[in-house]
Design a protein around this ligand. Structure first.
Ligand code: R5P
Length: 316
């Protein structure tokens, strides 16, 4: 018989301690104590300092940079929790890395998003809780329950409160158009789409064509993530060439790799709104990049999973 897991514990690695602390604030529990560090030989070591025998354990760790270190920390923490007889272990991965490598779309390439799913499962994860996967189908890479939350209502609420005139939502590529349409419907404004083509495997992106009317409009672009900023900055340029008046952007995951935050700050973009699924404390925000927290969303989802309540009801 399954043991009774009536006590909730939350732990974190080194990826985003602030988010884990804010989730614990929401849940009104202390963050669990664990040592997570590297030995001089670069090996990661974990020791969970609290008794977690038969407990309902949640480990919060986005796969933010350095991705491989943070992924490895998460896997080792899960292993440590299982070996410490945790009743159930939920990996809380607000940003699921390697998600863009999710299909064999050219010869001799891996499906790393699947490999990561296998690693998490092999380590002993019982459930996954995540936010806005790059592709929803990644849920199917797991044979354990996956709860995928969306930050969309948080982003939409922000722009609804702003009440921008003559607004049109723009999907920055065809792949994101379904979710952008959802944003447009929630804001009750029209949708336009940037048709983007990427050249090879390098990071540079090129915006080609805009489907829909953006002339004299205030534009809100939507994407699941900003990495180098190449897509969004090319989209802003193309939108302005097509007569857009002001361009706002929103994304769930603001990776802002390399000099992306500086480039966004220096760009004609009016405002970028992102969530804190990955840490942004070392990025230049300059009042131009607004960060909304997913901590209450994650906290409530954890509370519901723990109590066996519906997570879907959160979005109704
Ligand atoms: C691509 O399919 C995604 O939706 C994003 O557009 C992409 O990850 C953004 O990357 P970057 O900021 O490097 O252009």
């Amino acid at each position: 018989m399954r043991p009774l897991i009536d006590e909730l514990c939350v732990f974190t690695g080194n990826a985003h301690r602030e988010l884990a602390q804010n989730v614990c604030k929401y849940l009104n529990i202390p963050l669990g104590q664990a040592e997570v560090f590297k030995f001089p030989n670069d090996n990661t070591f974990v020791r969970i300092l609290d008794n977690i025998r038969e407990r309902d354990v949640f480990i919060i760790q986005p796969m933010s940079a350095p991705v491989n270190d943070h992924l490895m920390e998460l896997l080792i923490m899960i292993d440590a929790a299982k070996r410490a007889s945790a009743g159930r272990v939920t990996a809380v991965v607000p940003y699921y890395g390697y998600a863009r490598t999710d299909k064999k779309d050219q010869p001799r390439v891996p499906i790393t998003a699947r490999l990561v799913a296998d690693l998490l499962t092999a380590a002993g994860t019982d459930r996954l809780l995540t936010v806005d996967l790059h592709a929803g189908q990644i849920q199917g890479f797991f044979n354990i329950p996956v709860d995928e939350l969306t930050a969309l209502p948080i982003l939409v609420r922000y722009f609804r409160d702003k009440a921008l005139d003559d607004l049109v939502v723009v999907a920055v590529d065809v792949g994101i158009s379904k979710r952008a349409r959802d944003v447009a419907e929630r804001l009750q404004v029209p949708l336009a789409i940037v048709e983007k083509r990427r050249e090879g495997n390098n990071a540079s992106a090129q915006s080609l064509n805009i489907i829909g009317d953006v002339e004299h409009k205030t534009v809100l672009t939507f994407d699941d993530e900003i990495d180098t900023g190449g897509s969004i900055l090319a989209a802003v340029e193309a939108l302005q060439e097509r007569g857009a008046q002001e361009v706002y952007s929103c994304v769930t995951h603001a990776l802002l790799s390399g000099s992306a935050s500086e480039e966004v700050v220096a760009s004609p973009l009016r405002e970028l709104v992102a969530t804190d699924t990955v840490p942004l404390h070392d990025k230049r925000l300059d009042g131009k990049i607004t960060v909304l927290s997913v901590a209450p969303l994650l906290g409530e989802a954890i509370n519901r999973i723990h109590k066996g309540l519906s997570v879907g009801a959160l979005f109704q």
